[in-house]
Design a protein around this ligand. Structure first.
Ligand code: DSN
Length: 424
């Protein structure tokens, strides 16, 4: 037995059990999702797609993958789904490879305003291979001005426009994005990695009718295993007139499938795909809608409490599961890194995050990002989140006082006993 790894897994389980988890991109999957990921499906090579594999013995994993595809299509009312991307960044890379040529212009949401690395950041594949341009938020309102998106799109004439973010607490106007995409002849991609579960529950605008392609992760508000997915509301003929040897037009579904495999990936992780299938079934249940509603109510309760304590939330509040806090609204000398370090001493996990128009670097930052998806899974309600906001404020305000941080940690650990994780 590998006692070293076993002990480390137990150590991590204890950390997860006893701490307050407020990282906006994390969640706790069900035991059934964990079981699927820890199953013998990991042993199987299955390059290709259900019914069209490059290996024998794929009869069972074909059924697993098809079930995941069918459930995902039902969940989002999509006509096409690919469940193989190993992550959201890989889903996006496969889409770019499918619809762009090296050097093409793309237009995404600025990383420093809440966007994502894989939407054209210069340190990512997407920013190295394509000519990336960005739109951002207004300094006054913290929200996106769609007229400015149009002006930018007319100026840079992107082949692909990307909407979606890692740290934006407002909903997206996909319809208006599509109008802009049509005006400049671009394809439109929505990356819904963060709000996917809330969209599936019908709480936020639906990108599927408006966007050509939708990508997501499966492990944030969707509460599945770590992974990526690609969807289309409606399949369509590729706009470049590419045909098969027989002269048939190639549909985008074929192009996207080839973009994932063999484009950027080899064998799919069928054990993770099984975990995705379990999570999609869970997300189709009525109890998931109750969960998603609670996630949003909790975020609003926490945001209100933090505002009442003098914190500045970018855009003034939240429509979804997260909030981005500009610490400069309350402190002159506390960085995001200071806040993250203070909170971890109290067993509260968040992440430092740049805020729009930040005066500090990405390693220090002036902000923190907080999300409610994980602690809502543990069973916390509005009152619990108000208590968590009190601890967050106390810890940040007493960053240099180890005694105080230790006493908050004792309260946090006691509080967490009420919310057991994987009791079996
Ligand atoms: N790193 C993820 C997040 O924290 O939002 C996005 O990929």
């Amino acid at each position: 037995m590998d006692t070293q790894i076993r002990e480390l897994i137990i150590e991590e389980l204890e950390r997860q059990r006893h701490g307050v988890e407020l990282i906006a991109s994390e969640n706790f999957t069900s035991q059934e999702v964990l079981n699927a990921m820890g199953s013998c499906l990991t042993n199987k090579y299955a390059e290709g797609y259900p019914g069209k594999r490059y290996y024998g013995g794929c009869e069972v994993v074909d059924k697993v993958e098809q079930l995941a595809i069918d459930r995902l299509c039902e969940l989002f009312t999509a006509e096409y789904a690919n469940v193989q991307p190993h992550s959201g960044a890989q889903a996006n890379a496969a889409i770019f490879l499918s619809v762009l040529q090296p050097g093409d212009a793309i237009l995404g949401f600025d990383l420093s305003h809440g966007g994502h690395l894989s939407h054209g950041s210069p340190v990512n594949y997407s920013g190295k291979v394509y000519k990336a341009h960005f739109y951002g938020v207004e300094e006054e309102t913290g929200t996106i001005d769609m007229n400015k998106v149009l002006i930018k799109a007319l100026e840079v004439r992107p082949k692909l426009i990307i909407c979606g973010a890692s740290a934006y607490s407002r909903d997206w106007d996909y319809k208006r994005f599509r109008e802009i995409a049509e005006e400049v002849g671009a394809l439109l991609l929505a990356d819904i990695a963060h709000p996917a579960g809330l969209i599936a529950a019908g709480l936020l605008n639906d990108p599927i009718p408006h966007c050509h392609i939708v990508s997501s992760t499966t492990h944030k508000t969707l509460r599945g295993p770590r992974g990526g997915i690609i969807m289309m509301g409606k399949d369509f003929e590729n706009p470049w007139g590419r045909t098969t040897k027989k002269g048939d037009n190639i549909m985008m579904s074929s192009i996207l499938n080839s973009g994932v495999f063999p484009g950027i990936q080899g064998g799919p992780l069928e054990h993770v795909i099984a975990g995705k299938a379990v999570a999609f079934k869970e997300a189709l249940s009525s109890s998931f809608k109750v969960y998603a509603n609670q996630v949003v109510s909790n975020a609003q309760a926490m945001a209100n409490q933090l505002v009442s304590k003098g914190y500045k939330i970018i855009s003034g509040g939240t429509d979804n599961h997260l909030m981005l806090i500009d610490l400069r609204g309350k402190f002159t000398d506390v960085t995001g890194k200071d806040a993250e370090n203070a909170l971890i001493k109290a067993d509260i996990t968040i992440n430092k995050n740049m805020v729009p128009f930040d005066s500090r670097s990405a390693l220090l930052t002036s902000g923190i990002r907080i999300g409610t998806a994980a602690m809502t899974t543990r069973g916390c309600n509005e009152e619990d989140f108000i208590q968590m906001a009190v601890w967050v404020d106390e810890a940040i305000s007493n960053g240099g006082n180890d005694q105080k941080l230790k006493s908050i940690k004792v309260e946090v650990n006691k509080f967490m006993e009420r919310f057991p994780l994987y009791p079996s």
